[in-house]
Design a protein around this ligand. Structure first.
Ligand SMILES: NC(=O)c1ccc[n+]([C@@H]2O[C@H](COP(=O)([O-])OP(=O)(O)OC[C@H]3O[C@@H](n4cnc5c(N)ncnc54)[C@H](O)[C@@H]3O)[C@@H](O)[C@H]2O)c1
Length: 104
């Protein structure tokens, strides 16, 4: 059962490797409300979240975290308890498929 005082947490980069794993964990193992804020760069993959997208405690926002007015709207709308910031240009996948451009 979802508690009325369940915290709402923003997770940026939630379509990425680490973020999607964390969202799957939190949606399945806690009563937190999760707002996934992701720009969906080449690294973002919503398929890794298919098991949780129908959960009413999960919301996806296709947003660039550099878009300040959009973030202001999200904060005003959801009033999150906290933010877990995982949006990044980590290039992990690129470094595996084409490591030569990272060796210097
Ligand atoms: N992958 C690892 O093993 C690992 C280990 C330790 C720490 N980390 C750290 O965790 C963080 C995430 O790593 P990852 O491997 O999940 O990265 P990832 O590249 O798999 O995912 C990054 C996500 O951020 C999103 N994103 C990028 N720019 C954005 C923007 N401007 N606005 C909104 N979303 C944006 C992408 O669409 C993608 O979904 C990084 O800070 C990384 O250094 C990763």
């Amino acid at each position: 059962m979802t508690h009325l005082l369940s915290p709402t947490v923003f997770i940026t980069g939630g379509a990425g490797f680490i973020g999607s794993a964390l969202i799957r964990l939190l949606v399945n193992e806690s009563d937190w409300k999760i707002v996934n804020i992701d720009k969906l760069t080449y690294a973002g993959n919503l398929e890794s979240l298919t098991g949780v997208t129908s959960n009413p405690r999960y919301i996806f926002s296709h947003t660039d975290i550099c878009d300040r007015p959009a973030l202001d709207r999200l904060f005003a709308l959801h009033k999150p308890t906290g933010v877990i910031h995982l949006a990044a240009e980590s290039h992990v996948d690129r470094s595996i498929h084409g490591p030569e451009i990272y060796s210097d």
